[in-house]
Design a binder for this molecule. Structure first.
Ligand code: CA2
Length: 145
């Protein structure tokens, strides 16, 4: 049976491809999710994708991951810069979590430079566009094998 990986996306990422293509590219979240499912299959993963604009709902999903996922990829959106609740939820679960940002948060406004969840995550990938999710899948394949 293939291992399950959760791909979680936070606030406003449902707007991808509709606005700001200069920063985030032209792919929609559906495109990115389909790509994750396909890349996951080649790596022996069953990928389950989920997006929410609500912090507590993302916390619930992280808890659920502890029950039935082998790993988590999370693009926390702006909550990555602010959320102690997401930091604590990642610390509270045993499965490895990889943080992904589509843009290079360090090359943008100063308020985006800090990630509240990076210290709790296994690692962070940023600045490689939607390919970052696929890179994270590869990292999880190595971590979980
Ligand atoms: O680079 C990333 O992946 C971010 O997590 C995207 C977040 C941003 O707040 C983080 O600093 C970095 C924003 C989510 C997408 O927001 C959109 C806004 C307008 C149009 C389309 C998407």
């Amino acid at each position: 049976m293939s291992k399950t990986i959760f791909v979680l996306n936070g606030p406003n990422l449902n707007m991808l491809g509709k606005r700001e293509p200069g920063i985030y590219g032209g792919q929609t979240l559906k495109d990115i999710e389909a790509n994750c499912v396909a890349a996951g299959e080649t790596l022996g993963f069953s990928v389950e994708c989920f997006q929410s604009n609500h912090e507590g709902v993302l916390v619930d999903r992280l808890h659920e991951a502890d029950e039935r996922a082998a790993g988590v990829i999370i693009n926390p959106g702006a909550y990555g810069h602010t959320s102690i609740a997401l930091h604590d939820a990642i610390r509270a679960i045993r499965v490895p979590v990889v943080e992904v940002h589509i843009s290079n948060i360090h090359a943008r406004e100063e308020f985006r430079h800090k990630s509240m969840i990076a210290p709790a995550a296994k690692g962070m990938i940023c600045g490689f566009g939607p390919q970052g999710y696929v890179l994270a899948l590869h990292a999880l394949r190595d971590i979980t094998s």
